[in-house]
Design a protein around this ligand. Structure first.
Ligand code: AMP
Length: 272
Protein backbone atom coordinates (compact mmCIF):
# COMPACT_ATOMS: atom_id res chain seq x y z
CA UNK A 1 0.00 0.00 0.00
CA UNK A 2 2.79 2.40 0.90
CA UNK A 3 4.61 1.71 -2.38
CA UNK A 4 1.39 2.21 -4.35
CA UNK A 5 0.72 5.44 -2.47
CA UNK A 6 4.23 6.81 -3.08
CA UNK A 7 3.96 6.03 -6.81
CA UNK A 8 0.60 7.81 -6.97
CA UNK A 9 1.99 10.83 -5.14
CA UNK A 10 4.98 10.99 -7.52
CA UNK A 11 2.50 11.19 -10.40
CA UNK A 12 0.86 14.15 -8.68
CA UNK A 13 -2.36 12.33 -7.85
CA UNK A 14 -4.46 13.63 -4.96
CA UNK A 15 -5.06 10.75 -2.56
CA UNK A 16 -8.06 10.68 -0.22
CA UNK A 17 -8.71 8.14 2.51
CA UNK A 18 -11.74 7.14 4.58
CA UNK A 19 -10.62 5.08 7.57
CA UNK A 20 -13.23 2.55 8.76
CA UNK A 21 -13.62 -0.61 10.78
CA UNK A 22 -15.74 -2.12 8.01
CA UNK A 23 -19.27 -3.51 8.11
CA UNK A 24 -20.03 -0.49 5.98
CA UNK A 25 -23.27 1.47 6.11
CA UNK A 26 -24.64 4.65 4.59
CA UNK A 27 -22.63 6.74 7.09
CA UNK A 28 -19.39 5.36 5.68
CA UNK A 29 -20.67 5.70 2.11
CA UNK A 30 -21.47 9.38 2.68
CA UNK A 31 -17.85 9.96 3.75
CA UNK A 32 -16.69 8.17 0.59
CA UNK A 33 -18.82 10.49 -1.55
CA UNK A 34 -17.33 13.54 0.21
CA UNK A 35 -13.81 12.21 -0.38
CA UNK A 36 -14.54 11.15 -3.98
CA UNK A 37 -15.32 14.76 -4.93
CA UNK A 38 -11.99 15.99 -3.62
CA UNK A 39 -9.44 13.40 -4.72
CA UNK A 40 -8.14 11.49 -7.74
CA UNK A 41 -7.53 8.25 -5.91
CA UNK A 42 -9.92 7.15 -3.19
CA UNK A 43 -8.60 4.69 -0.62
CA UNK A 44 -10.79 3.00 1.99
CA UNK A 45 -9.18 1.29 4.91
CA UNK A 46 -10.97 -1.52 6.66
CA UNK A 47 -9.33 -2.52 9.91
CA UNK A 48 -10.87 -3.53 13.23
CA UNK A 49 -8.06 -2.05 15.28
CA UNK A 50 -7.29 -4.18 18.35
CA UNK A 51 -5.38 -1.31 19.98
CA UNK A 52 -8.52 0.77 20.46
CA UNK A 53 -10.56 -1.95 22.17
CA UNK A 54 -10.42 -2.46 25.92
CA UNK A 55 -9.99 -5.92 27.44
CA UNK A 56 -13.73 -6.34 28.08
CA UNK A 57 -14.94 -4.76 24.86
CA UNK A 58 -16.36 -6.26 21.67
CA UNK A 59 -13.21 -6.80 19.55
CA UNK A 60 -14.04 -10.44 18.76
CA UNK A 61 -17.77 -9.87 18.33
CA UNK A 62 -17.39 -6.73 16.18
CA UNK A 63 -19.33 -7.41 12.95
CA UNK A 64 -17.23 -8.19 9.89
CA UNK A 65 -18.24 -8.91 6.27
CA UNK A 66 -15.40 -8.18 3.90
CA UNK A 67 -17.10 -9.44 0.75
CA UNK A 68 -20.07 -7.18 1.27
CA UNK A 69 -17.79 -4.24 2.14
CA UNK A 70 -15.74 -4.83 -0.99
CA UNK A 71 -18.89 -4.84 -3.13
CA UNK A 72 -20.09 -1.59 -1.57
CA UNK A 73 -16.67 -0.01 -2.13
CA UNK A 74 -16.72 -1.05 -5.77
CA UNK A 75 -20.19 0.47 -6.22
CA UNK A 76 -19.01 3.67 -4.53
CA UNK A 77 -16.12 4.07 -6.97
CA UNK A 78 -13.38 3.32 -4.47
CA UNK A 79 -9.97 2.80 -6.14
CA UNK A 80 -8.15 0.89 -3.43
CA UNK A 81 -9.29 -1.01 -0.36
CA UNK A 82 -6.58 -1.29 2.28
CA UNK A 83 -7.45 -4.33 4.38
CA UNK A 84 -4.49 -5.29 6.55
CA UNK A 85 -4.48 -8.01 9.17
CA UNK A 86 -3.53 -7.12 12.76
CA UNK A 87 -0.22 -8.98 12.62
CA UNK A 88 0.99 -6.92 9.66
CA UNK A 89 -0.10 -3.66 11.33
CA UNK A 90 1.48 -4.29 14.73
CA UNK A 91 4.83 -5.94 15.35
CA UNK A 92 4.60 -8.29 18.31
CA UNK A 93 7.00 -6.03 20.21
CA UNK A 94 5.57 -2.68 19.01
CA UNK A 95 6.49 -0.07 21.60
CA UNK A 96 5.76 3.36 20.11
CA UNK A 97 2.31 4.88 20.55
CA UNK A 98 0.64 8.22 19.88
CA UNK A 99 -0.96 9.68 22.97
CA UNK A 100 -3.14 12.79 22.90
CA UNK A 101 -3.12 14.25 26.39
CA UNK A 102 -5.76 16.94 26.55
CA UNK A 103 -8.94 16.09 24.65
CA UNK A 104 -8.79 12.36 25.40
CA UNK A 105 -9.55 12.54 29.12
CA UNK A 106 -13.29 13.29 28.83
CA UNK A 107 -16.38 11.64 27.27
CA UNK A 108 -15.49 8.28 25.66
CA UNK A 109 -11.86 8.68 26.75
CA UNK A 110 -12.96 8.65 30.40
CA UNK A 111 -15.03 5.48 30.03
CA UNK A 112 -12.66 3.76 27.59
CA UNK A 113 -9.09 4.20 28.92
CA UNK A 114 -6.48 3.76 26.17
CA UNK A 115 -9.09 3.96 23.42
CA UNK A 116 -7.83 7.19 21.86
CA UNK A 117 -4.21 6.09 22.16
CA UNK A 118 -5.22 3.16 19.98
CA UNK A 119 -7.12 5.41 17.60
CA UNK A 120 -4.34 8.00 17.27
CA UNK A 121 -1.69 5.34 16.78
CA UNK A 122 -3.57 3.49 14.07
CA UNK A 123 -4.53 6.70 12.25
CA UNK A 124 -0.92 7.94 12.39
CA UNK A 125 0.22 4.60 10.97
CA UNK A 126 -2.48 4.74 8.33
CA UNK A 127 -1.41 8.24 7.29
CA UNK A 128 2.18 7.04 6.93
CA UNK A 129 1.10 4.03 4.91
CA UNK A 130 -1.55 5.63 2.64
CA UNK A 131 0.09 9.08 2.48
CA UNK A 132 -3.26 10.79 1.89
CA UNK A 133 -3.71 14.44 1.01
CA UNK A 134 -7.05 14.35 2.76
CA UNK A 135 -8.92 12.11 5.15
CA UNK A 136 -12.64 12.19 5.91
CA UNK A 137 -13.96 11.47 9.41
CA UNK A 138 -17.57 11.46 10.63
CA UNK A 139 -19.06 13.86 13.16
CA UNK A 140 -20.79 10.83 14.69
CA UNK A 141 -17.51 10.35 16.59
CA UNK A 142 -17.21 13.98 17.64
CA UNK A 143 -14.39 13.47 20.12
CA UNK A 144 -12.38 11.25 17.77
CA UNK A 145 -12.65 13.88 15.04
CA UNK A 146 -11.31 16.63 17.27
CA UNK A 147 -8.50 14.44 18.58
CA UNK A 148 -7.43 13.52 15.04
CA UNK A 149 -7.50 17.20 14.05
CA UNK A 150 -5.31 17.97 17.09
CA UNK A 151 -2.90 15.15 16.22
CA UNK A 152 -2.58 16.41 12.64
CA UNK A 153 -1.90 19.93 13.93
CA UNK A 154 0.53 18.94 16.67
CA UNK A 155 2.50 16.35 14.67
CA UNK A 156 2.40 18.28 11.37
CA UNK A 157 0.81 15.56 9.29
CA UNK A 158 0.42 16.95 5.74
CA UNK A 159 -3.20 15.80 5.67
CA UNK A 160 -6.39 17.87 5.44
CA UNK A 161 -9.08 16.51 7.75
CA UNK A 162 -12.59 16.84 6.32
CA UNK A 163 -15.66 16.49 8.53
CA UNK A 164 -18.70 14.50 7.36
CA UNK A 165 -22.13 15.05 8.95
CA UNK A 166 -23.91 12.32 10.95
CA UNK A 167 -26.05 10.05 8.77
CA UNK A 168 -29.18 8.67 10.42
CA UNK A 169 -31.71 5.92 9.79
CA UNK A 170 -35.15 7.17 8.69
CA UNK A 171 -36.33 7.12 12.31
CA UNK A 172 -33.32 9.18 13.40
CA UNK A 173 -31.04 6.56 14.95
CA UNK A 174 -27.43 7.44 14.12
CA UNK A 175 -26.07 4.74 11.82
CA UNK A 176 -23.47 2.50 13.41
CA UNK A 177 -22.04 -0.95 12.71
CA UNK A 178 -22.96 -1.74 16.33
CA UNK A 179 -26.69 -1.25 15.62
CA UNK A 180 -26.44 -4.78 14.28
CA UNK A 181 -26.25 -6.04 17.90
CA UNK A 182 -29.70 -4.64 18.79
CA UNK A 183 -32.78 -6.86 19.10
CA UNK A 184 -36.08 -5.57 17.67
CA UNK A 185 -37.16 -4.13 21.02
CA UNK A 186 -33.69 -2.72 21.77
CA UNK A 187 -33.74 -1.07 18.35
CA UNK A 188 -36.80 0.91 19.55
CA UNK A 189 -35.17 1.62 22.93
CA UNK A 190 -32.13 3.02 21.09
CA UNK A 191 -34.22 5.97 19.93
CA UNK A 192 -33.83 7.39 23.45
CA UNK A 193 -30.41 8.83 22.48
CA UNK A 194 -31.66 11.04 19.69
CA UNK A 195 -34.83 11.85 21.64
CA UNK A 196 -32.69 13.17 24.48
CA UNK A 197 -30.69 15.31 22.06
CA UNK A 198 -33.92 16.58 20.49
CA UNK A 199 -35.19 17.54 23.96
CA UNK A 200 -31.95 19.43 24.59
CA UNK A 201 -32.36 21.29 21.32
CA UNK A 202 -35.94 22.30 22.16
CA UNK A 203 -34.97 23.48 25.64
CA UNK A 204 -32.15 25.61 24.24
CA UNK A 205 -34.51 27.05 21.61
CA UNK A 206 -36.91 27.94 24.43
CA UNK A 207 -34.11 29.86 26.14
CA UNK A 208 -32.81 27.35 28.69
CA UNK A 209 -29.06 27.80 29.19
CA UNK A 210 -28.41 25.84 32.39
CA UNK A 211 -26.70 22.56 31.48
CA UNK A 212 -27.75 20.85 34.72
CA UNK A 213 -31.43 21.51 33.91
CA UNK A 214 -31.07 20.25 30.34
CA UNK A 215 -29.12 17.14 31.28
CA UNK A 216 -31.65 16.29 34.00
CA UNK A 217 -34.45 16.28 31.43
CA UNK A 218 -32.33 14.10 29.12
CA UNK A 219 -31.40 11.77 31.96
CA UNK A 220 -34.97 11.18 33.12
CA UNK A 221 -36.11 10.47 29.53
CA UNK A 222 -33.40 7.83 29.10
CA UNK A 223 -33.90 6.34 32.56
CA UNK A 224 -37.55 5.71 31.64
CA UNK A 225 -36.30 3.13 29.11
CA UNK A 226 -35.79 -0.10 31.12
CA UNK A 227 -32.97 -1.53 28.97
CA UNK A 228 -31.01 1.75 28.80
CA UNK A 229 -28.10 2.56 31.06
CA UNK A 230 -26.39 5.95 30.82
CA UNK A 231 -22.62 5.97 30.48
CA UNK A 232 -22.41 9.77 30.19
CA UNK A 233 -24.35 12.86 29.19
CA UNK A 234 -21.97 15.79 28.74
CA UNK A 235 -21.95 19.30 27.36
CA UNK A 236 -18.54 20.36 26.09
CA UNK A 237 -17.02 23.28 24.21
CA UNK A 238 -16.97 22.57 20.48
CA UNK A 239 -13.22 23.31 20.18
CA UNK A 240 -11.63 22.37 23.48
CA UNK A 241 -14.10 19.72 24.72
CA UNK A 242 -13.98 21.51 28.09
CA UNK A 243 -17.13 20.83 30.18
CA UNK A 244 -19.68 23.66 30.03
CA UNK A 245 -22.08 24.72 32.78
CA UNK A 246 -24.06 26.98 30.49
CA UNK A 247 -24.91 26.87 26.81
CA UNK A 248 -22.78 29.66 25.40
CA UNK A 249 -21.31 29.80 21.90
CA UNK A 250 -20.94 26.40 20.29
CA UNK A 251 -21.54 23.50 22.66
CA UNK A 252 -21.55 19.81 21.77
CA UNK A 253 -24.11 17.74 23.65
CA UNK A 254 -22.67 14.22 23.68
CA UNK A 255 -23.96 11.03 25.21
CA UNK A 256 -23.13 7.36 25.48
CA UNK A 257 -25.84 4.93 26.51
CA UNK A 258 -25.81 1.18 26.86
CA UNK A 259 -28.85 -0.52 25.36
CA UNK A 260 -28.53 -3.95 26.91
CA UNK A 261 -24.88 -4.83 26.22
CA UNK A 262 -24.55 -2.46 23.25
CA UNK A 263 -22.88 0.87 23.86
CA UNK A 264 -24.17 3.57 21.52
CA UNK A 265 -23.03 7.18 21.15
CA UNK A 266 -24.61 10.25 19.59
CA UNK A 267 -24.14 14.01 19.71
CA UNK A 268 -25.58 17.31 18.58
CA UNK A 269 -24.17 20.79 18.20
CA UNK A 270 -26.07 23.40 20.21
CA UNK A 271 -25.37 26.93 19.08
CA UNK A 272 -26.57 30.18 20.65
P1 AMP B 1 -16.20 3.13 12.18
O1 AMP B 1 -16.19 2.13 11.07
O2 AMP B 1 -17.41 3.03 13.06
O3 AMP B 1 -14.90 3.19 12.92
O4 AMP B 1 -16.36 4.54 11.49
C1 AMP B 1 -15.50 4.96 10.46
C2 AMP B 1 -15.78 6.39 10.13
O5 AMP B 1 -17.14 6.54 9.75
C3 AMP B 1 -15.55 7.34 11.30
O6 AMP B 1 -14.99 8.55 10.82
C4 AMP B 1 -16.94 7.56 11.82
O7 AMP B 1 -17.10 8.80 12.48
C5 AMP B 1 -17.73 7.53 10.54
N1 AMP B 1 -19.13 7.21 10.80
C6 AMP B 1 -19.62 6.13 11.47
N2 AMP B 1 -20.96 6.21 11.56
C7 AMP B 1 -21.32 7.36 10.94
C8 AMP B 1 -22.57 8.01 10.71
N3 AMP B 1 -23.73 7.49 11.13
N4 AMP B 1 -22.56 9.19 10.03
C9 AMP B 1 -21.39 9.72 9.62
N5 AMP B 1 -20.19 9.16 9.80
C10 AMP B 1 -20.16 7.99 10.45
Amino acid sequence: MQHRAMALKRKGQVVGVVPTMGFLHEGHLSLMRIARQRCDVLVISIFVNPAQFGANEDLEAYPRDFERDERLCRQAGVDLVFYPDPASMYAADASVWVDEESLSGVLCGASRPGHFRGVCTVVAKLFNIVQPDLAVFGEKDAQQLRIIERMVRDLNFPVTIVRGPIVRETDGLAMSSRNRYLSVSQRKDALCLQNALAQARVLVQEGERDVSVISEVMRSGIEAVPDAQIDYIEFVDDDTLAPMERIEGRVVAALAVRIGATRLIDNALLEV
